[in-house]
Design a binder for this molecule. Structure first.
Ligand code: GLN
Length: 491
């Protein structure tokens, strides 16, 4: 089956070849047929989607349709959706129904997109494989025994499997780019502050950023046009003129200077991933780009800095889930909190012990430790200093090139369970994505061929602040010249 892009579906709607109800019904059927095997969706909102599709068809008939009117999408289950369950992949929020929509959700709704439901993710977006979901692991549609990547693995797998043409994701340390790469779809993390975090349940607030995942760069641009923009309800939302992310898609690549960080091509990069990336770079050169070696000398400090800063912020953000303000409350407990009560009998403690999974607890413990009196200077302050050095590396490298290119992950998708008992090994696999979040830069992943065992490989493109349109341009041009993004898993 060939891929269906948002663009092609929008054309079909505009030419009255189909209706939104027909499209939505078709995709609901695809979800129903495949979700038992892939587990990409936590919630399917059949009634809400059909009602929205009918409203879209009315708007189309009345000639008042917008660019996304009637198109099916899905949201990562970390975005609050009014009236529809938002679990964050956690038992803690197993029955949380938000009274309001996240900014991203309301903007896409206002543009006419129809949400079919909520996609599976690692619990509170903590993870690189989607194995940390209380609702079960997501399977990679290219090989059901492999991970889809994480934490936006449900969104990536759903797009790759054709269960939805596009979905939202969030990226704190790679969670849009890495699953996009491992599932063979396109995903972009915008410059920090471009997409409002209002209603996007916080993991690490200084790093979190929402973005689109779809088959093509063109579709990502279309969605990002309706996701980005100033929102006074997010204090880190940037007030600046709107970009048109579709405007530069067709710009030729002649004269483009691509920087290749030598640290991204060293030991630890699997040979088959390297070969795929080099092949994609050769295509970009054919299109008129030149490549130059650059250096990001503090790359090795990104993982230690991130795995101090992200848990520190998480430990603070997740303190609200206490069974009173939000979240699961233990069925049995003795006191609220009482020094004389054995710890695990107190309500807060028991509720949190029951509601959170192992990885979330690990991060809360690490975060609380690095923020504690006596360790704060040694860990947290140090990590913030490293963060500055890492941002300076990019600043320097981007004086020698327009975009930086490299792999998204050191290997193609690995087996489910393979790294589950080794969190540090798992953290190390984030080596190429995490520094970008520490610096606040935009970056995307675009399909770049296949590994030795026929799993997708992602090419990462990193831009300067507000360079999203250029990144999407480069990915679009590559996608015009190659067909990796058009390949489908044999299912
Ligand atoms: N794998 C990283 C982590 O577990 C990144 C996750 C993310 O971007 N949300 O923190």
């Amino acid at each position: 089956m060939s891929i269906q892009t948002l663009k092609s579906l929008a054309d079909a709607l505009a030419q009255k070849k189909t209706s939104s109800r027909e499209l939505v019904t078709d995709y609901l059927g695809r979800i129903e047929a495949q979700n038992a095997a892939i587990n990409a969706f936590i919630t399917v909102d059949r009634d809400g989607a059909l009602a929205a599709a009918d409203a879209a068809d009315k708007a189309i008939a009345a000639g008042s349709a917008g660019p996304l009117t009637g198109l099916p999408i899905a949201h990562k289950d970390i975005f609050c959706t009014e009236g529809v369950l938002t679990t964050c992949g956690s038992k803690m929020l197993a029955n949380f129904v938000s009274p309001y929509d996240a900014h991203v959700v309301s903007q896409l709704k206002a543009a006419g997109a129809v949400s079919l439901g909520k996609t599976n993710c690692d619990e509170f977006a903590m993870g690189s494989t989607n194995e940390n979901s209380a609702y079960g692991a997501v399977k990679n549609p290219w090989n059901l025994s492999r991970v889809p990547g994480g934490s936006s693995g449900g969104s990536a797998a759903a797009v790759a499997a054709g269960m939805i043409p596009a979905a939202t994701g969030t990226d704190t340390g790679g969670s849009i780019r890495q699953p996009a790469g491992l599932c063979g779809v396109t995903g972009i993390k915008p410059t920090y502050g471009t997409v409002s975090r209002y209603g996007m349940v916080a993991y690490a607030s200084s790093l979190d950023q929402g973005g689109p995942m779809a088959h093509t760069a063109e579709d990502c641009a279309l969605l990002l046009n309706h996701m980005a923009g100033f929102d006074s309800r997010d204090s880190t939302s940037l007030e600046r003129a709107r970009d048109d992310y579709s405007a530069q898609l067709n710009q030729p690549l002649s004269g483009l200077r691509i920087g290749l960080p030598k640290e991204y091509f060293g030991d630890g990069l699997a040979a088959d991933v390297r070969a795929a990336i080099e092949n994609a770079l050769a295509e970009l050169r054919k299109l008129g780009a030149s490549t130059v070696e650059v250096s990001l000398p503090n790359t090795h400090l990104a993982i230690p800095a991130y795995y101090v800063i992200a848990p520190a912020e998480a430990s603070s953000n997740l303190s609200r889930f206490d069974g009173v303000r939000y979240g699961h409350r233990a069925a049995e407990y003795r006191e609220l909190i009482d020094a004389k009560t054995p710890a695990l009998d107190a309500m807060y403690l028991r509720s949190r012990a029951e509601g959170f999974g192992a990885e979330v607890k690990r991060r809360i413990l690490v975060g609380t430790y690095v923020l504690s009196h006596g360790y704060y200077d040694a860990y947290y302050i140090k990590a913030q200093q490293l963060r500055r050095l890492i941002a300076e590396d990019f600043k320097q490298a981007l004086t020698q090139c327009d975009v930086i290119a490299g792999p998204v992950a050191p290997t193609a998708a690995w087996g489910i369970g393979q790294m589950a008992d080794d969190p540090v090994q798992m953290y190390l696999a984030d080596i190429y994505t995490i520094a970008v979040n520490l610096a606040g830069l935009p970056a995307l992943s675009t399909p770049a061929g296949f590994s030795g065992d026929n799993m997708p490989v992602g090419l990462q493109l990193i831009g300067n602040y507000f360079g999203e349109a250029r990144l999407l341009n480069v990915a679009h041009q590559l996608q015009q010249a190659t067909d990796w993004h058009l390949r489908r898993p044999d299912r």
